[in-house]
Write a protein of this length. Structure first.
Length: 278
């Protein structure tokens, strides 16, 4: 499947969404944000896709908004159209966060503004040595969006987040790894092989525990210790009742690789007495 500036490929249980506007460093323009959202939602709804990679074509991951396009909106005071762009970015970030599958950003080059926060919305981030990430919004008088104000403080802490937002500088890949913006930095020619390896490994895992672990990471940031213990109980109960748990323990006893299927989803989400849903 492809749209004007977004390519989608599915292979071996891995869906890859590629931003494809390399002559403009994959900067967002027109319907591109909505194309990304639709692509992510399509991959999220496809039962044959068990892990997702997001990357860019050419030498950049994504330069954020196309400034010439923004200039027209600002000069003509097209506020409604500008807000629609922000809402489209919000839809993308929400689709990634709400997807029950792991999402890997393969940051192949500069990721600025909304492009940075597209990467930071993902569950895991791999970066090329040539990559950089920047909250560059105030360089053109704008404010962070695409969920950046949620993601960045949680990844690097409030003081470092303020530094990144205030100074709006591009952060080199090695520094991104040091402060926790990315999981791993590798040479450029190793980036996509590593991203595909991680995605294929995740695609072979049982889907239910991965979905619940993704939710657990998200919940833990705003939940108490007792609330997370309740969540763990509910999640573990759901897993105990799944076909994949049965396959997993039998494979372990038989000393063979497990053959996980659809995840053995229970019809109704598990609920503890305290009302914790998973």
């Amino acid at each position: 499947m492809s749209a004007a500036h977004v390519l989608i490929e599915i292979e071996d249980g891995v869906g890859t969404l590629t931003l494809n506007r390399p002559d403009k460093l994959n900067a967002f323009i027109g319907e591109m944000r909505s194309e990304i959202a639709r692509g992510i939602e399509t991959l999220g709804a496809d039962d044959g896709v068990r892990a997702v990679i997001i990357t860019g074509t050419g030498r950049a991951f994504c330069a954020g908004a196309d400034v010439k396009y923004l200039t027209r909106l600002i000069e003509t005071r097209a506020v409604d159209e500008a807000v629609a762009l922000v809402e489209a970015g919000r839809r993308v970030a929400a689709a990634i966060r709400g997807m029950p599958k792991p999402v890997i950003a393969a940051v192949n080059g500069p990721a600025a503004g909304g492009g940075a926060n597209l990467a930071l919305a993902c569950d895991l981030r791999l970066a090329s040595e040539t990559a950089s990430i920047g909250q560059t919004f105030n360089r053109i008088g704008l404010h962070p969006d695409w969920g950046g104000t949620y993601a960045v403080p949680r990844l690097v802490g409030p003081a470092r987040a303020a530094e990144l937002f205030f100074f709006a500088e591009m952060v080199p890949a090695a520094e991104c790894e040091r402060i926790g913006l990315v999981n791993r930095v590798v040479p450029a020619d190793e980036l996509m092989p590593l991203a595909r390896d991680w995605a294929r490994r995740l695609a072979r895992k049982p889907t239910l525990p991965l979905r619940l672990a993704k939710q657990a990471v998200q919940r833990s940031l705003s939940s108490s210790f007792e609330e997370m213990l309740d969540y763990e109980t509910a999640a573990q109960k759901a897993c105990f009742e799944s076909a994949d748990a049965l396959e997993g323990v039998r494979a372990f006893v038989d000393k063979r690789p497990p053959r996980f299927g659809s995840g053995g989803e229970v019809e109704n989400p598990a609920t503890t007495e305290a009302g914790t849903r998973v």
